[in-house]
Ligand binder design. Structure first.
Ligand code: SF4
Length: 426
């Protein structure tokens, strides 16, 4: 066991988190692939309670791939975990406590990550309780520091990059992004534009800290004198391009989960709040002729953009009203993403590559929010939480989506290398 004490960063949304168990609508383990480590497997197979022994025998499938991946749980035909009781409570948790749960179930939604010398504790936004805290608690992103033993953090399973592999520029660049995100003079789109432009212009000399610093000084001057805001204002809106980005990613997001799966479509849909949210927009686009349990409806990139553009415009008032009631919502989302994602440096991405994905995520979320706002006449907390949680659950379960996003961006950038910024314009 590693006895090293680590410096850890803990945002308030992490320290405030508690799982709501059977009251949760998200069924977080639905369709997961859950590995069981050897020690847990043996303990459950030999447990004093005969019901637990029987459950372990009937639901675990031996893989013996490694100490960590010694068995898997055989999910039922509709993707549910067979260990849940009729109230959606886990039988192992109920009878044996959390210590005998598979590590994934114990740790989710916690995601500790190295960031150089220290560890940053975060949580996956695919859990609705995390979304609720991040978006609706004005103090969610207040960060405090503490010390903890490594083994106390998700069984020592800490991702991210230690000092040995974290690029030297990341900390400086991230601090600049935080400062723009916290600038109260800028609205959300302006913040994204300025961060995106800084990341783009700094991309060719990431390894020169003096140049990065000089560029940050220039940007701060241009924020104060309004030059950057004028540049943003001069970017024309490009509704057809927006539609192209949206429609192509909508197809990928909706359909990938049904590929190569034995689970029937109707079962996946039953637990899939994302489809419920997505369908509201499809209704606005008049794409819904027949949507039964065995059908999914997707955007058609060949269609003209007008219905989509009109829907976004018509929903703006309801979205603005909700944002006026919760002015921290978008700032917190941006701060969370900059903190949590660490520019996806662990995947070898450069900051600008990561940030283009973020801008695309914002387009997708705003578009689906527009559909919800139109269909429900206004936005409420529950529907916003449902959308964010289910959207990011889809993202988390589909690592290949990054390639899809990358292809869409690369193809569009053949027209203009700055095309991504047009997605920020209304
Ligand atoms: S999704 Fe979050 S709140 Fe819901 S059961 Fe899982 S950890 Fe708990």
């Amino acid at each position: 066991m590693n006895q090293q004490k680590l410096e850890v960063m803990v945002p308030k949304f992490v320290s405030d988190f508690s799982c709501v168990g059977s009251d949760c609508t998200a069924h977080c383990c639905n369709t997961w692939a859950i590995e069981v480590d050897k020690q847990t497997y043996k303990a459950l197979k030999k447990h004093g309670d005969i019901e637990i022994r029987q459950l372990a025998s009937s639901t675990f499938k031996l893989t013996r791939q490694s100490e960590k991946n010694y068995a898997t749980i055989k999910m039922s035909s509709d993707g549910d975990c067979p260990l849940l009781d009729e109230n959606n409570l886990c039988n192992i948790h109920k009878k044996c406590g959390p210590k005998l749960l598979p590590h994934l179930c114990q740790d989710y939604p916690r995601t500790p990550r190295w960031f150089g010398k220290h560890v940053e504790i975060s949580m996956a936004i695919s859990c609705p309780e995390v979304v609720k805290k991040v978006l609706y608690d004005p103090e969610a992103m207040m960060i405090s520091s503490a010390t903890q033993y490594q083994h106390e953090l998700s069984h020592g399973n800490i991702r991210g990059l230690t000092s040995a592999s974290l690029p030297a520029y990341i900390e400086f660049i991230r601090d600049f992004c935080f400062s723009v995100a916290l600038n109260p003079e800028l609205d959300f789109e302006q913040q994204l534009f300025i961060i995106g432009l800084y990341l783009k212009q700094s991309d060719s000399y990431l390894h020169s800290l003096p140049n990065l610093s000089e560029l940050a000084d220039d940007f701060n001057t241009m924020i104060c004198d309004g030059t950057l805001l004028q540049t943003f204002q001069s970017i024309p809106s490009a509704p057809a391009i927006k539609w192209h980005f949206f429609a192509n990613q909508d197809i990928a997001l909706v359909t990938h989960i049904y590929e190569n799966r034995d689970i029937p479509l109707s079962s996946i849909k039953k637990f899939d709040d994302f489809i419920e949210c997505q369908l509201m927009l499809m209704k606005c686009l008049n794409n819904v002729e027949k949507a039964d349990d065995n059908t999914v409806i997707v955007a058609n990139p060949q269609q003209e953009h007008h219905a989509f553009t009109d829907t976004l415009a018509a929903a703006q008032k309801a979205i603005n009203e909700h944002l006026a009631e919760h002015p921290q919502l978008l700032i917190n989302f941006l701060l969370y993403s900059i903190y949590n994602d660490q520019f996806m440096a662990h995947l070898g991405l450069r900051p600008i590559e990561y940030f283009k994905f973020f801008i695309l995520d914002v387009l997708m979320l705003k578009s689906y929010l527009s559909g919800i706002a139109i269909q429900q006449k206004k936005l409420n907390k529950e529907s916003v939480i449902k959308l964010f949680q289910s959207y990011f659950r889809r993202r988390q379960h589909y690592p290949g989506l990054l390639d899809v996003m990358s292809n869409i961006i690369n193809e569009a950038e053949k027209q203009s290398e700055y095309i991504i910024f047009s997605l920020l314009k209304n």
